[in-house]
Design a protein. Sequence first.
Length: 158
Amino acid sequence: MIYSKSLTEQLKQAFANLIGGSSTEPLNETQQQAVNQISEDIADGIEQFLMDQTFEITEMVCDTELESLRSTSTLSGDILPQVTSTDVPFPGGVGGVPITIPLNGGLGGVKIPALKLNIDGGQGGNLVAKGNASINASSDTPRNSSKVELLVTKQGSK
């Protein structure tokens, strides 16, 4: 059921109906003041009650963006077979014609520094990583580590 009236207005209408006010026989001034006051007090009490509660997210999926990523040690890389070196052989101590030699078997032959990637720059430019975060009963997220609060009711809703 969707109401367009505020909580206070809905309570005023309910109390006026209970007391017996109608369009043909409106409440007297004392009754109207009592209905107004109790409606405002109950609306305030409901709002305060909700704000005093601790809510827990039990299930949620949301977008997430990784802001930084780093590794704790260096990485190694392999030299590809098409990488070559030009060398001048010295048979008998005399320089010969330069030759191209493939660097075969260069496994682990390159040392890459520990990764340090950030959303605003780092090795290889800006980090681009997106994904989804899920919170549900089977999450490893510690219970009660997320909080949902009613901060303020919408204008005119109370």
